[in-house]
Ligand binder design. Structure first.
Ligand code: SF4
Length: 280
C-alpha cells in the first residue's frame, strides 16, 4: 500500500472512531498529551488534520518528568512538530511543579512508573483544565490497551477495566475526560506512519521501561504475535465481547491539600509528595 492510501485509511479509521464513540463535540478544545514519541505525534497530526472538518480546536501539553538522557530529545520532537503544525505547546515539568525530578525520587518506589504515572496524570489534568480544555487526547494505541488489559488481569485489579475503551467520561467536574483516538490503531501502523511520512519522532526507550511490568507483558505479547499472527487482535476482540466498555461509578472528592480530584481525602499525587518529603 502506498503512502497516500495508507494515510487515507488511517485517517478514515480515526475519523470513524471519533464518530462512533462521539469522542469530540463541535466547538471543543482538545489538549493533546505530547511526549514526542510516534503515538502522541500521530495523535497530534491526525487531530490537526481532522479539526476543521469536526469543528474542534487543539492545544498540546508536554510534561518533563526529569529523566536525564531521555526526555529532552522527546521534547525537541514535540516542539518541532507543534511548531510545524502551528499548534500551541505548553510545557510543564516535575521540577517546577513538585520541586523534584523523577531521577531524584524513583528509587523510593517499587517501579519508577508508579510516581511517573501519578504525577504526569495530575499535571496533565491540572494544566488542561487551566487551559480550558474539554478533552485530553492521549496517544494510547491498541497495543497499549491490550497491555493495560493484561496488566490488570495479572494484578487481579478488575477496577481498572472501567478505564478501558476509547473514552473516559466526566466523573468529576475538575477531571478532564480523556480520549484515545488511536484506540484501534496498532503500534505497527503508527510506526509505518512515522516512517512513510518522514516524521521527526523520538525513538528512544525510557531507561526505566525495562523495570516495568508493561515492558514484560509487551515482550510476551510480541513473542506470541510473531508465532501466531493475529493474537493481539483476538485478545482485543475477546476483551470487547467479555467486558462492557462502560464507566464504573466512582465517587470522587476534592483533595484536601491541592483541590484536585481524589478518590480519598487526599489525592494520590499529594499522598506520594508527603511520602517523598518525609524521606528526603
Ligand atoms: Fe515514566 Fe515508566 Fe513511561 Fe519511563 S516507562 S516514562 S518511568 S511511565
Amino acid at each position: 500500500m502506498g503512502k497516500a492510501e495508507f494515510n487515507r485509511k488511517l485517517r478514515e479509521k480515526v475519523k470513524k472512531l471519533i464518530r462512533d464513540y462521539n469522542l469530540i463535540d463541535e466547538g471543543e478544545l482538545v489538549a493533546v498529551a505530547l511526549s514526542g514519541g510516534k503515538d502522541s505525534l500521530l495523535t497530534l497530526h491526525i487531530l490537526d488534520d481532522l479539526r476543521e472538518g469536526f469543528g474542534f480546536d487543539i492545544v498540546a501539553i508536554s510534561i518533563n518528568e526529569g529523566i536525564k538522557g531521555y526526555r529532552e530529545e522527546g521534547l525537541e520532537a514535540a516542539r518541532y512538530n507543534a511548531k510545524l503544525l502551528g499548534v500551541d505547546l505548553v510545557e510543564k515539568s516535575f521540577i517546577e511543579e513538585f520541586n523534584f525530578s523523577l531521577d531524584e525520587i524513583y528509587g523510593m518506589f517499587k517501579s519508577p512508573c508508579i510516581p511517573c504515572g501519578v504525577f504526569r496524570r495530575h499535571l496533565l489534568n491540572k494544566t488542561a483544565r487551566q487551559l480550558g480544555a474539554d478533552k485530553i487526547a492521549t496517544g494510547h494505541n491498541m497495543d497499549d490497551e491490550i497491555q493495560s488489559f493484561m496488566m490488570s488481569l495479572v494484578r487481579g485489579d478488575t477496577r481498572k477495566f472501567s478505564k478501558f475503551g476509547p473514552k473516559l467520561e466526566v466523573i468529576h467536574p475538575r477531571l478532564i475526560p480523556r480520549i484515545k483516538p488511536l484506540w484501534n490503531t496498532t503500534e505497527n501502523e503508527t510506526e509505518k506512519w512515522a516512517v512513510l511520512n518522514n516524521i521527526r519522532v523520538h525513538l528512544g526507550d525510557c531507561p526505566y521501561a525495562r523495570l516495568s511490568l508493561r515492558s514484560k507483558i509487551k515482550n510476551f505479547l510480541n513473542d506470541i504475535e510473531s508465532e501466531r499472527p493475529g493474537t493481539k487482535k483476538l485478545i482485543m476482540q475477546s476483551f470487547i465481547k467479555t467486558f462492557k466498555i462502560e464507566q464504573e461509578e466512582v465517587e470522587l472528592f476534592e483533595c484536601e491539600v491541592c483541590g484536585e480530584p481524589a478518590s480519598m481525602k487526599t489525592c494520590k499525587a499529594c499522598e506520594l509528595i508527603a511520602l517523598i518529603r518525609g524521606s528526603l
